[in-house]
Design a protein around this ligand. Structure first.
Ligand SMILES: [Zn+2]
Length: 80
């Protein structure tokens, strides 16, 4: 049981790393590692791996860089 748990942890960690590296950038719509329109096959494989292990991927805030597409929080409140 311990061995199964450990290998699952390794698989989850690898999938998490792939999710972080192959995230689709909001600004370009492309994988930031592969430079192809995302989600790329690596990202989808990582997602499938998470579905198998039943672990939820950890979300890293700001990873998709919404600031690059000019998202502004206060669009109207600055106008008086
Ligand atoms: Zn990729």
């Amino acid at each position: 049981m311990v061995t199964v748990y450990a290998s699952e942890r390794v698989q989850t960690a690898a999938a998490q790393q792939a999710l972080d590296e192959h995230i689709t950038l909001t600004a370009t719509g492309q994988c930031r590692t592969c430079d192809i329109p995302g989600p790329c096959p690596w990202w989808e494989a990582a997602t499938a791996a998470f579905a198998q292990t039943r672990h939820l991927p950890r979300r890293t805030s700001g990873l998709t860089r919404p600031d690059l597409v000019g998202v502004r929080r206060v669009a109207f409140s600055s106008r008086t």
